[in-house]
Design a protein around this ligand. Sequence first.
Ligand code: G3I
Length: 404
Amino acid sequence: MSKTNVRHPPHYKENTLLTRREFISSGLQTTGAIAVASAATGILTGCSHQVHAHPTLATASGEITGKASLKAHAAAHELLVGAAVNTRLLRSDANYARILREQYDLVVAENAMKWGPLRPAPDKYFFDEADALVAFAEQNKMKVRGHNLAWHEALPGWFAATVNKENAQRFLTDHIATVAGRYKGKIRSWDVVNEAIQVKDGRPDGLRKSPWLELLGPGYIDIAFRAARQADPGALLTYNDYGVEYDNDEDARKREFILQLLRRMKADNVPLDALGIQSHIRAGSSSSFGKGIQDYIAGTRALGLQVFLTELDVNEDDLPYNDVAQRDHAIAEVYRNYLDTVLPDPAVKSVLTWGVTDRYTWLNGPTQKRKQPNRRQRALPFDDNYQPKEAFFAMRDCFDRRSV
Ligand code: G3I
């Protein structure tokens, strides 16, 4: 069943009270909604919706740290909540590091643990940035995801001219032994193989015609997972992919190929612990979330695997209007609909957004082909100025609604 889009006014935040600042900035007074001043606390409830004072918010209005943080609400429902991290910003941007400490208990390197950044030369490794992330996590009692050990992108410039069918397995297993071995015991889960399925490549097994497939055949996947288990027996070995979230034919076909892969790996006793669902989703999509992804997660659970939402963000380029409050509301609705669809399944153990603040999202980066080039994407829970947006409160409410 697909999630019915319950429409709420732009200011709507279930179970929360609006502070005076939020009420005024939401433009509520222009929407004719019923505004009831709460004299006792000086807080306005600006909803035309019955609002129940949220216990942790009724006192410290607008509070978002401590018991009101994402990680506190997530932990209360057996979830870890995390974000992808640009390690250079940990040194250069105090607000960035502060929000990570306040809101998340899980981090993943956006780029620092990929082949390209780690491997400046065939016989050289560069671990400074990856080490910095692991150190930051240890200092702040956070868990770490490793991303990733085998992918068709972010390969170093020397790769194509150096790696061949004869030496490819040694390069792959040496890389995994060195990298996963270095962080043994410090990585909660590894994206061992990333994005191996590409339906339009036309193979009967749905596998992407990646350099690894060309060099080693389909067995590269098993080689990578076995090497990872040997290097770090305590890490949860994850297969991670995108394009599976919607109830439409394209995503359904990809889900089926991935489930076939997971079933084959389990049948062949390939070490595998979890499925990563990247969750790069869109506002304004003609598709919805529902039975497709719910059955996908249930099918994964039936294999004894955990499920991680690994790269959640909302691309809003399809929204035709520019009004920020309207866009933020539409984006928050996508967060709500998606998370309310997938979080009820107990196999879902973590939710990571692909970044913390719109200021640094890849969606505003130079590689993006933009439909709305004259505006910045507002894809993440915090805006360019580190202010929580409606998406932040939507995530927190969805965690609270999880019955687990
Ligand atoms: O650091 C270099 C810089 O020194 C150089 O001047 C600059 C220009 O060439 O490039 C910089 O590296 C870029 C890197 O991001 C850091 O900004 C790479 O070119 C660029 O390709 C890389 O893009 C990353 C992309 O993966 C490819 O690795 C994005 O930041 C990152 O958000 C994106 O993340 C992927 C996940 O790993 C897998 N799932 C999809 C997701 C989005 O594409």
